[in-house]
Ligand binder design. Structure first.
Ligand SMILES: Cc1cc2nc3c(=O)[nH]c(=O)nc-3n(C[C@H](O)[C@H](O)[C@H](O)COP(=O)(O)OP(=O)(O)OC[C@H]3O[C@@H](n4cnc5c(N)ncnc54)[C@H](O)[C@@H]3O)c2cc1C
Length: 403
């Protein structure tokens, strides 16, 4: 059985960032991924400026194959049922439109960790200070490893989280996001922006943007709703209201999402020497931007392991202290007090709002409040208010509700 210092589950951005820190510190590190690499990842690929800086500083300039066309994104345009639209440019210029299949693989390779693809995490057992990790290969063969540290960077439906908290998936609401690809007949939506609709009749999360000569139309909704119906409703709306003319879809994809933990400060960071990071831990910024917090939280997981080894201290304690900064950044994006009185996002929403007429501002605020009511059934309101008060009183979000 192979014995290493660290096994990372998930050859994605969180995994690459953890691996980079560990390999740089001399840890023998293996990244496993269930898929054959480079693998497809459903994602719009709009990287925030902070995420872009992280990639540049840690992995270097991005090769052309890591980008889609258009290669850059200027910012986000919000659309409202009252037909007001607000375009906001990202702070610090345009950001790359990542082709996740190649960008993730590039970052993982640049970390210089050993990569074992087509290797699915199946389970773990603790043996003294070691963890025995069981994996499965596509032919059904079981392969085991021993490791001192195990990092779950395996995304929203994390199997590593399930291995240590089997009931966790039942404790949070699950959403489905799906997108279809259309050839374009005519599309007046500015292709340099990511477009998002605050429209309760369209879905919990409705977006569109250009990619490689086609238009993506996506919609997010509660588990159990009908994707095709929801999607067609959005396409009809884009045709009626925005004069977008698209061919029938040629391709579709979707997945389950753990949207919610970052809104209510209910992150999952693991147990003992098992750390959970990236979206598996619950990190997701406003408008579903999860790459920058995946990169940063992944790096913090790696730094916590190094610190724990050097100081011979509990890695969970150190990780939970160090991750406070990333929790603050992410949860601030959902904190109403921060949204009103500070600028937690990487585009200037208050300035865009103030550029509107008084009448338009009133309509936008009304439309946002109506949109937010769509989430009422999840009973997050009181939890968000509590987290906001904590932030006000302690200048941080407390860790009492983390797993
Ligand atoms: C439709 C859609 C659009 C999005 N658009 C954007 C966007 O424009 N900008 C943005 O910043 N974010 C976006 N996101 C969110 C972003 O994709 C995620 O937040 C981000 O990829 C999380 O990174 P991660 O490294 O934590 O995990 P992931 O990227 O989810 O990667 C997890 C990895 O773990 C592997 N894995 C899973 N289970 C196992 C297992 N049992 N064994 C071994 N390997 C396993 C997977 O194959 C995968 O490679 C979008 C998400 C969706 C669904």
């Amino acid at each position: 059985m192979r014995s290493v210092d660290a096994i990372i589950v998930g050859a994605s951005l969180a995994g690459a960032a953890t691996a980079k820190r560990l390999v740089d510190a001399g840890f023998e590190t293996i990244i496993i991924d269930k898929k054959a690499l480079p693998r497809h990842k459903i994602c719009s690929g709009i990287l925030s400026p902070r995420g872009y800086r992280f990639l540049l500083e840690n992995f270097g300039p991005l090769p052309r194959e890591t980008l889609h066309d258009p290669t850059w994104c200027r910012g986000v345009t919000f659309h409202f049922p009252s037909m007001v639209s607000m375009s906001m440019d990202f702070f610090g210029g345009t950001t790359p439109h990542l082709h996740r299949k190649y960008a993730d693989y590039w970052a993982v390779k640049r970390s210089q960790a050993e990569i074992h693809d087509q290797t699915s995490f199946v389970g773990l057992t603790q043996q003294n200070d070691k963890i025995i990790v069981t994996t499965r290969r596509p032919d059904g063969e079981e392969v085991q490893y021993t490791t001192r540290y195990l990092i779950g960077a395996d995304g929203p439906s994390s199997h590593v989280t399930r291995a240590i908290y089997p009931d966790y998936p039942k404790q949070i609401p699950w959403f489905f996001v799906g997108q279809k690809f259309h050839d374009i007949i005519d599309c007046p939506l500015d292709h340099e922006y990511f477009h998002f609709w605050f429209h309760p009749n369209l879905g919990h999360y409705t977006w569109s943007h250009a990619r490689d000569g086609r238009q993506i139309v996506g919609v997010g909704f509660k588990k159990g709703d009908n994707f095709n119906k929801k999607h067609q409703n959005v396409v009809n709306y884009l045709t009626d209201k925005h004069h977008v003319k698209l061919q029938p879809a040629t391709e579709l994809e979707g997945c389950a999402e753990n949207f919610g933990p970052s809104l209510i400060n209910r992150y999952v960071f693991g147990k003992g020497n098992v750390l959970i990071t990236g979206q598996a831990a619950g990190f997701l910024n406003m408008i579903g931007e999860g790459m920058s917090c995946a990169l940063h939280s992944g790096a913090i997981a790696g730094e916590a392991i190094i610190e724990a080894k050097v100081r011979n201290r509990s890695v969970q304690d150190i990780y939970r202290q160090m991750i406070v900064s990333e929790v603050r950044r992410t949860t601030d994006q959902w904190n109403p007090l921060k949204i009103i009185f500070a600028k937690p996002h990487e585009a200037d929403f208050p300035a865009a709002l103030m550029a509107l007429s008084w009448k338009e501002r009133r309509l936008v605020v009304r439309d946002i409040l109506r949109f937010v009511m769509l989430y009422k059934e999840f009973k997050w309101g009181r939890q968000i208010a509590r987290a906001s008060m904590e932030r006000l009183l302690h200048a941080r979000y407390l860790g009492k509700r983390w797993l």
